[in-house]
Structures are given as C-alpha cells and as structure tokens.
Design a protein around this ligand. Structure first.
Ligand SMILES: CC(C)(COP(=O)(O)OP(=O)(O)OC[C@H]1O[C@@H](n2cnc3c(N)ncnc32)[C@H](O)[C@@H]1OP(=O)(O)O)[C@@H](O)C(=O)NCCC(=O)NCCS
Length: 146
C-alpha cells in the first residue's frame, strides 16, 4: 500500500457458517500459529453463543472479533488481524463495531482481557487497564474496561 492511500475496511456481523469458518481460520493463524496458543483452547464453548464480526479489505477477510454477554456485561475477545494487514485501522474498526454492538445489546459494562503487548491498542479506543497482570493461555494479560 502506497503511503497516503486509504484502505477501505468493511466490518460485518457474521451470518453464515462459511463466514464463521473464515473467522476461525484467522484466529488459528494468529493465535495458534503465530502466538503458540494450544488449538484445543482457541475455539471454546462461548463461540456457540457469541456475536462474531469479520473485517474485510477488498472482499478478503482480514480480521475478526467476538462479543459474549455475561450477566449483563459484554466481553470482547478473540480480536485478531492478519499480520500483513495490521496498523491499517482494521482492529480499531472491529473494536468500535464490537462496542456499538455491546451497547445495542444494552451491556451494563464492556470489558476484555488484553494481552499486555497490545494494551496501547485498546487504550486508543478508550479502554483502561484495571487490576493486576495475570496469565491466560501462557500469555500475560490485564483486564480492561471501557
Ligand atoms: C491487536 C491487533 C488486533 C490490533 O489490530 P490493528 O489492525 O493492527 O490495529 P489498528 O491499526 O486499528 O490500530 C489502532 C490504534 O492502536 C494502535 N496500536 C496498534 N497495535 C498496537 C500495539 N501492538 N501496541 C500499541 N498500540 C497499538 C495503533 O497505533 C492505532 O493508533 P492510532 O489510531 O492512534 O493510529 C493486532 O495487532 C493483532 O491481531 N495482534 C495479534 C493478536 C492479538 O494480540 N490480539 C489481541 C488479543 S487481546
């Protein structure tokens, strides 16, 4: 991409099994292959009831996120953007859409577990870190709330 050329990112709510498989493929590439998370914990029971989002650039799925309601609060998670499409605003657009979806579902609170390395990403959209660092899937995390 030439500098100054704007990338058009489209985010949509997943509505078919085929799209869900696209999201899982992105998650496997990012969390399992790139970050070494065990495959057996990457897809979990929450995937069955979550709202899933997919981000597209020129018709290609490049990022995903999900939203799970828990006791009236919304937990955003599994945010993943393919490596070569990072730092183009894809993650931010996904996160903003996840927040809007949580608000529409009347979430009392919106929170997530951020990998320590990307706290700055979530801060850029208004989340703040609370509480101590903890381990999840072998990676240091902190809870963040909006
Ligand atoms: C974290 C992730 C989703 C961010 O996606 P992205 O598309 O690269 O992010 P964006 O381009 O939308 O960046 C949005 C803002 O966050 C900042 N940002 C992006 N990645 C960052 C990082 N690693 N550390 C600090 N800030 C970061 C950007 O500078 C940008 O700020 P700006 O709006 O002021 O320019 C992506 O890096 C990723 O998939 N990482 C691997 C998987 C992962 O760690 N997921 C999070 C699990 S909690």
């Amino acid at each position: 991409m030439r500098p100054g050329v704007k990338t058009t990112v489209r985010v949509k709510k997943i509505s078919s099994k085929k799209e869900l498989e696209r999201a899982f493929r992105i998650r496997i590439r990012v969390f399992v292959r790139e970050q070494g998370v065990p495959e057996e914990i990457e897809v979990d029971v929450d995937d069955q009831r979550a709202t899933h989002l997919l981000a597209y650039i020129q018709g290609k799925a490049v990022g995903t996120a999900r939203l799970v309601m828990r006791q009236g609060s919304a937990k955003i998670g599994r945010m993943a953007v393919l490596k070569r499409h990072r730092r183009k605003g894809v993650g931010k657009k996904l996160l903003r859409r996840a927040i809007a979806t949580a608000k529409r579902q009347e979430a009392r609170k919106i929170y997530l577990h951020a990998q320590a390395a990307v706290i700055g990403f979530y801060e850029s959209v208004g989340f703040r870190a609370i509480g101590p660092m903890f381990d999840e899937a072998g990676i240091p995390h902190r809870k963040m709330i909006l």
